[in-house]
Design a protein around this ligand. Sequence first.
Ligand SMILES: [Zn+2]
Length: 308
Amino acid sequence: MPPEMQLCVEKHVKYIQSLDTRKDELEYWLTEHLRLNGLYWGLTALHLLGHPEALPRAAVLEFVFSCLHQSGGFGAAPGHDAHMLYTVSGVQILATLDAFDDLEAHMEGGRLKIGQYIASLQNTETGTFAGDEWGEQDTRFLYGALNALSLMDLLFLVDLENAVSHVQSCANFDGAYGTSPGAESHSGQVFTCVGALTIAGRRDLVDEEKLGVWLSERQLKNGGLNGRPEKKEDVCYSWWVMSSLAMLDKLHWIDSEKLTSFILQCQDPELGGLADRPGDAVDVFHTIFGIAGLSLLKYPGLIEVDPV
Ligand SMILES: [Zn+2]
């Protein structure tokens, strides 16, 4: 394999391991509001890279439990308010580490409590979900709720039918989806809406041909993918767009060689990590979504990811 097509696996593992030891850097504290998400992204990247043991399980669980409130919701870091997005990351980490028994040992009835916290954020009239008690609503929260509940076998706690009809009301004439009814199509929302419908067993509601065309048009001449028309390419769309295509069984509708080469150009080959586009500063968010994109592209040596 030519060097420019080489994924720097060891460097990325080291980069992810280093994230928690940079407490003397300003950026560490500026990103505290994302700590639990960041841990999930890093841990998932390590699993895809085939190095799941690179972050010690016991220490990860100790941190996760320190973010868990009595209400069943998780905060971003100890002492932060509970929110849907951190709760989903908490559940995803527990599922990744096969740690639901550890959860019960830490908090009796913990799985059900978390499920009830998530279910309490649904507006059963409209089917939508809020991120927290303050009520901002977004299909991201609806997808997160269904994802976490399905990982815990607790989907029955919510009104699935109403959730599905809300997702359907966010579909646009181009076959794609927006954050709310009538909002502009965006590939991040396509992922959340198609993902929610897939979990709910209602992918039959997706206009697969139209949406497949819209998604494949996200690829630009340089191989990268953008989030919506007229926007610049960005590594994270390798996940939002490609996972959506994977759910529609249309991964072959984009040029995988060009996308692979674009993602690899976003690596920092010396210090590890991936950036949004070549030459920019790396972060853990673009690192996981670039690696997950490569996994969907069946890059040699990576663990294959499940798009939902
Ligand atoms: Zn991005």
